[in-house]
Design a protein around this ligand. Structure first.
Ligand SMILES: Nc1ncnc2c1ncn2[C@@H]1O[C@H](COP(=O)(O)OP(=O)(O)OP(=O)(O)O)[C@@H](O)[C@H]1O
Ligand SMILES: [Mg+2]
Length: 596
């Protein structure tokens, strides 16, 4: 895999513009839902801030009582006790706001994650061709984290900064106005420095995340295609590429560490410039008796308390900006509409039917392309077995996808029992069909659960009956744990034919009125094929079956056969008829005999 391609998928659908309507629509409801928790958190935060501001006052009191020689051991003990109590209260309330507000940000993250997932579930194939997996994953990880950070620590730091700045500066002004102005002189420099550094930090952190995605994606694809890697003896090369990606990841982490290492020293340095000014000018004020020593100590403490809010200003603006941009991107994703949707007022269920699909001069072009994949299709697919064949790329799978309602069809071109499918519920139409795809999909689960996928709650007997009909029961009994054998990732423990038959058993167990097999018998040997076909026939009972196949034996058992070529119906009839009448079909069959 080209590592660049994984991330480049993101560029096409990225929407960096800040979108304030997203805040209202996406965050509004969740903020309202958790308003109690938020209120409690913010009150606790304010309590922490006010308690922090009282400690310098206590110190001032203590020192002034010492310098004024009014202190007694009891009064000092009381003061120390008060400081300790304040510190304990700070700890308790800090715990409270952290659990409330940071907890809220996690709920918010989960809420958005669920919305993204639910939205992706309703999207159609057209969406997935323009939004790559990497792109969707980026939204579900980086963007969500950015929003969570902005709504958690970002909000806290913003409120904290405002409260602490206003309060500390007010209290400093109360001690001495001129000294306050002098102490604040280096503060703008601190804001600028942290803003620049934190922007750098975020950019570099993005690079770390990008490198990490590349590294994990590389490991994932290598593991998934491990057989291919070994077959081409690429182990050493993969190792080298992995090492290279790993080194880049470490380098990007080190670049982050540089900025992290700089941030606090720079802040302390700038903060200490203020301290230098205060020591010099404030010291003189103490010497001249303009302010007391206690006042001076309190002033210095407030200055210390100011350093963090000043740093936070730079940090928070970056965090908020990133959160808004990410939220805009999530909003953009959530606003994507499937091309395919139920018309308004469509009943959720279908009247009982014996499914008969009729295509009437259907022409279908894939979204984003200009050559029709199917044209002028007039065809009836009713009870019994219909065979569908034709050269590769002739439109067989496309026809199946339209039956499955995976793409929109023009009005009045596809009917189910006389109803235009566009006037029926998509889910209800899909619910009629048991589908075996061209590419078998098995889950990392037991064989039994893989078969029962289409009908949850199926009993062992039913599962076995379906497996017998699909001629895979004996294979399964030969596995170490029988039906409880785990199917590895992508079914690596099973042969292609076994996988296809398990997928067929799944479809038979689903017991739906329509069975749609898109080339799902291609990897099954000729003898087994006969048993599978007998199983399907036994299952038939007036059902509608469509089998896409190139195999003579399969087509020969079909009641009628349709031959597609370049998106058009080239011939139709029984196997016998076609052999007699269609040169095209005969030539196709002859080639197969010859190939065999
Ligand atoms: N998602 C898609 N977007 C655009 N074009 C597509 C898409 N899927 C298939 N096509 C095009 O539609 C045409 C028919 O493809 P289809 O998959 O239906 O062929 P097929 O008959 O099933 O072939 P095969 O026997 O190889 O499975 C081909 O030209 C193919 O390139
Ligand atoms: Mg196909």
């Amino acid at each position: 895999m080209n590592p660049g391609s994984f991330l480049s998928g993101r560029a096409g659908t990225e929407r960096p513009a800040v979108d304030f309507s997203a805040v209202r629509t996406l965050l509004g409801p969740i903020f309202r839902h958790h308003r109690g928790r938020l209120l409690l958190g913010f009150v606790a935060l304010l309590v922490v801030d006010s308690l922090q501001l009282t400690i310098p006052q206590l110190l001032r009191h203590g020192i002034d009582s010492l310098t004024g020689a009014t202190a007694t051991p009891q009064s000092l003990l009381l003061l120390a006790g008060l400081v300790l109590l304040t510190a304990a209260c700070i700890g308790i309330f800090r715990f409270l706001w952290r659990t409330m507000i940071l907890g809220f940000s996690r709920h918010l993250e989960q809420h958005l994650r669920d919305r993204i997932f639910a939205h992706i579930m309703i999207m159609d194939r057209a969406f997935f061709s323009s939004w790559t997996t990497g792109n969707i994953m980026a939204h579900a990880s980086n963007d969500l984290t950015a929003v969570q950070m902005a709504c958690g620590m970002g909000m806290v730091a913003a409120l904290d900064a405002v409260v602490m700045t206003v309060a500390a500066i007010t209290l400093m002004l109360l001690i001495d106005v001129r000294l306050t102005l002098i102490a604040l002189l280096p503060m703008p420099l601190l804001i600028v420095c942290t803003r620049l550094l934190s922007r750098q930090l975020h950019q570099r952190f993005d690079q770390v995340q990008a490198q990490f995605s590349l590294l994990t994606e590389f490991a994932r694809t290598t593991l998934v295609s491990i057989e291919m890697v070994k077959a081409y003896t690429l182990e050493r090369m993969q190792e080298r590429r992995f090492d290279e990606l790993g080194s880049r990841y470490v380098r990007s982490n080190l670049r982050v560490a540089v900025i992290q290492g700089l941030l606090f020293p720079v802040a302390t340095l700038v903060g200490n410039i203020g301290m230098l000014l205060v020591l010099y000018f404030g010291g003189r004020l103490v010497v001249h008796g303009t302010i007391t020593l206690g006042g001076f100590v309190a002033f210095v403490s407030y200055l210390y308390l100011l350093v963090w809010p000043m740093m936070a200003v730079g940090w928070v603006t970056n965090l908020a900006q990133r959160g808004l941009t990410s939220l805009g991107r999530i909003h953009h994703l959530l606003r994507q509409q499937p091309l395919l949707g139920d018309q308004e007022g469509v009943p959720a269920t279908l009247p009982p039917c014996r499914p008969r699909f009729v295509f009437d001069h259907l022409r279908f072009t894939y979204p984003g392309t200009d050559r029709p994949a199917l044209q002028d299709i007039c065809l009836e697919i009713g009870p019994g077995i219909t065979g569908l064949t034709g050269p590769t790329g002739s439109g067989k799978s496309t026809l199946c996808r339209l039956l499955l309602r995976l793409y929109p069809v023009p009005d009045r071109t596809l009917f189910l029992d006389g109803h235009d499918v566009n006037t029926l519920s998509i889910a209800a139409v899909r619910g009629l069909i048991a589908y075996v795809g061209q590419e078998v999909v098995l889950f990392s689960d037991t064989v039994a659960n893989n078969i029962a996928f289409g009908r949850s709650g199926a009993g062992q007997e039913e599962i076995e009956a379906a497996a017998k009909a699909a001629a895979v029961h004996e294979d399964i009994m030969g596995f170490s744990d029988g039906y409880q054998t785990m199917v590895g990732e992508r079914g690596v423990r099973l042969s292609g034919g076994q996988q296809q038959r398990i997928a067929l058993a799944r479809a038979l167990l689903a017991d739906r009125p329509v069975l749609l097999i898109d080339d799902g018998l291609s990897a099954i040997d000729v003898d087994t094929e006969q048993r599978v076909l007998a199983g399907i026939r036994a299952h038939l009972q007036g059902r509608t079956v469509l089998i896409v196949s190139h195999r003579i034996n399969v087509l020969a058992t079909a009641d009628r056969i349709v031959v597609l070529e370049e998106g058009r119906i080239r011939a139709r009839g029984s196997h016998r008829q076609l052999l007699a009448e269609s040169g095209f079909y005969r030539a196709m069959m002859d080639r197969q005999r010859f190939d065999a």
